[in-house]
Design a binder for this molecule. Structure first.
Ligand SMILES: [Zn+2]
Length: 332
């Protein structure tokens, strides 16, 4: 299901994300030596359409070509099959960032094996690098409230999200082993996204240890995910047509990380669906749709003040994953 090697395959540093499959026939874990022995673990392309992490790793390895890395580096290059088609994952595959759980699917068996392999190397820290499909600031996510994890996250951004859902992410699995974060580098195919990921990986490679002192409160804005927003499978939606059950507002992703007041309009519903709402589930999986939404004569509105993240206007991503998340400030 995946390959583990300790050399850099020829041509990997010059290939495009769509052509990695010509060099790596399957997901590949590459271990490289460095001055400090405990490796930095970096996963890229867990979502095949999110290229910034891979492009940043190419640049890092080009820079350190013929130079000793400041720390050992283990890079997992994930979904090389879906990156060929520039897609998050293929129909027959489980999402590569929801499969880090016990189980018998090929993706879960792969993930468990990678965890075992990395655990034996006593990793220093774990980074999982992603892009977002909508407009979002660059931010870090973590699943553990711990000063070392806060230090790691704030090397990337002062905006940090603490979450419990979704389950099965690489970060939640590696949080049991070492300080771990996911970083969201804005939209794919943007030079600044690659540069920011590069600077973050390089800073982590140079870090000898985590500071003892707590992260000062003014250095981090910590948010907590309160609800996951989905559109039920049987409900049709679009951003442009009045023919579907729900028509969402076109600029939905412009609302990310803004405080939205009660009664903010999210979209419109058809007259033959009175009371139709979006689905909201809290971190325990309880239905909280009516807490967050109301239907005001066909206008879908917020029922309370919220701050959203990851709201997307990409119809495929919304169906494959979710519409987005609602958050609130977390006092740390
Ligand atoms: Zn992703």
């Amino acid at each position: 299901m995946y390959e583990s090697i300790n050399y850099l395959p020829e041509g990997l540093l010059d290939v495009t994300t769509q052509n990695i499959h010509e060099i790596l026939s399957k997901p590949t874990l590459i271990h490289l030596f460095g001055k400090r022995k405990e490796p930095l673990f970096v996963s890229v392309l867990l979502h095949g359409n999110e290229d910034s992490g891979f492009l940043a790793i190419q640049n890092i390895l080009k820079y350190y070509n013929n130079k000793e890395l400041p720390r050992a580096l283990s890079v997992f290059i994930g979904n090389v099959q879906s990156s060929k088609e520039n897609r998050r994952h293929l129909e027959h595959q489980e999402d590569f960032n929801r499969c880090w759980l016990e189980g018998n699917t090929p993706e879960r068996i792969m993930a468990q094996s990678i965890i075992k392999e990395m655990r034996s190397k006593n990793p220093f820290a774990s980074l999982d690098i992603h892009n977002t499909s909508g407009i979002n600031p660059h931010y870090a996510c973590l699943t553990k409230l711990d000063q070392r994890y806060f230090h790691l996250a704030t090397l990337f951004s002062r905006t940090v999200i603490y979450y419990k859902q979704p389950e099965g992410t690489q970060t939640s699995a590696f949080s049991e082993i070492c300080p771990s974060v996911t970083v969201e580098c804005g939209r794919p195919s943007q030079p600044y996204s690659v540069e920011h990921a590069y600077n973050f990986i390089d800073a982590c490679l140079h870090l000898s240890h985590f500071p003892e002192h707590p992260v000062p409160a003014h250095d981090m804005e910590l948010y907590h995910t309160m609800a996951t927003i989905r559109i039920p499978d049987e409900v049709s939606f679009s951003f442009h047509s009045d023919e579907t059950d729900i028509r969402l507002r076109k600029d939905l992703d412009h609302l990310n990380f803004q405080v939205l007041s009660e009664a903010t309009m999210i979209g419109y519903t058809q007259k033959n669906h009175p009371g139709l709402l979006l689905e909201a589930k809290d971190e325990q999986g309880n239905d909280v749709s009516e807490k967050y939404f109301r239907n005001n004569n066909g206008v879908l509105e917020l029922n309370q003040e919220v701050m959203p993240s990851l709201l997307s206007v990409n119809e495929e991503i919304i169906r494959l994953d979710c519409l987005g998340y609602f958050m609130e400030r977390y006092n740390h």
